[in-house]
Write a protein that binds this ligand. Structure first.
Ligand code: SIN
Length: 291
């Protein structure tokens, strides 16, 4: 049963969002805990001041959304490069001649859709991506929302005993499940897919805050404890992080963009729109080794 996360003295997490004003963009929070919609900027030509404030808005809101943007593939890639070098997905198909422009597509003939199930992108990489910038160009008439969850808040809401237990533990993340996943796009399997051990609780390199860093998509087991214990703890953490208290849900329209920080956010894409088509591209920014 999912916890209400209440204690004897009110909510177990008391989240106080930062509220100092922005002057070159607008930021409309979706919830106090996660998500901010950014206005007043054209991502084809953001000013330096706007870029500074977009960085700040990402750090404060964890996932940010932009409506009615009209970017060419090159402009989408250029926007991503303002945050770092670009990541190439180890398995998913990309646009011809743009390996960093991942295809996100599902239609009536698909047998899967990207991002179903809670995950942090490509956490199986030894240096997993810092952030992902998804630009949706074609939307179903209804559905295809993406859910996002705040992993700082999920960590904070754990009991002190659980925080102590997790301190110093690492978990194995593995990308072997990519095998065969993109065969219908004509993608041939690689000999092997990335895997890595990461701390279960990582410290965000920009904000210095601690975030829960295990996810159902990639994490296979906790290192150094018996497998049944690992299964039990991971099951509890997955149930805990999926509490709606930590979430926002984004309803897409064509030419909207979502930019999430994989270091402190998990996301879950809904495939509730079959047989309709949902289509776009993701630009993913490289990250560093989690510590
Ligand atoms: C993903 O990048 O995991 C897909 C997210 C989405 O399609 O909303």
């Amino acid at each position: 049963m999912q916890s209400s996360l209440r204690s004897f003295s009110g909510p177990r997490i008391k989240y106080t969002p930062e509220d100092s004003p922005y002057d070159s963009i607008t930021v409309d929070k979706l919830t106090p805990i996660i998500g901010g919609e950014i206005g007043g900027v054209d991502l084809r030509e953001p000013s330096n001041r706007q870029m500074d404030e977009i960085h700040r808005a990402l750090a404060e809101n964890l996932v940010i959304f932009f409506r009615d943007q009209h970017l060419s593939p090159e402009q989408h890639l250029d926007f991503g490069r303002k945050f770092g070098d670009l990541h190439v997905h180890p398995a998913a198909p990309s646009e011809p001649s743009h390996p960093e422009l991942m295809v996100i597509h599902a239609d009536k003939d698909s047998f899967r859709a990207n991002g179903e199930g809670w995950h942090s992108d490509v956490s199986c990489d030894p240096e997993p991506p810092m952030g992902s910038i998804l630009y949706i160009r074609k939307c179903p008439p209804r559905g295809g929302d993406t859910l996002f969850a705040n992993m700082y808040a999920a960590y904070e809401a754990l009991s002190d005993r659980m925080k102590q237990y997790l301190e110093g533990l690492t978990a194995r993340h593995n990308g072997e499940h990519y095998r065969g996943q993109y065969a219908n796009y004509g993608v041939k399997d690689k000999e092997s897919y990335p895997f890595a051990d990461h701390p279960i609780v990582r410290t965000h390199p920009v904000t210095g805050k601690k975030a829960l860093y295990v996810n159902q998509g990639f994490t296979r087991y906790i290192n150094g404890v018996p497998r049944d214990e690992s299964n039990g703890i991971l099951r509890y953490l997955y149930e805990h992080m999926a509490n709606p208290l930590f979430q926002c849900r984004f309803r897409w329209q064509e030419n909207y963009i979502a930019f999430w920080d994989n270091r402190c956010v998990q996301h879950h894409a809904m495939w509730d729109y079959w047989p309709h088509t949902r289509s776009g591209n993701r630009v993913t920014v490289k990250g560093t080794k989690p510590v």
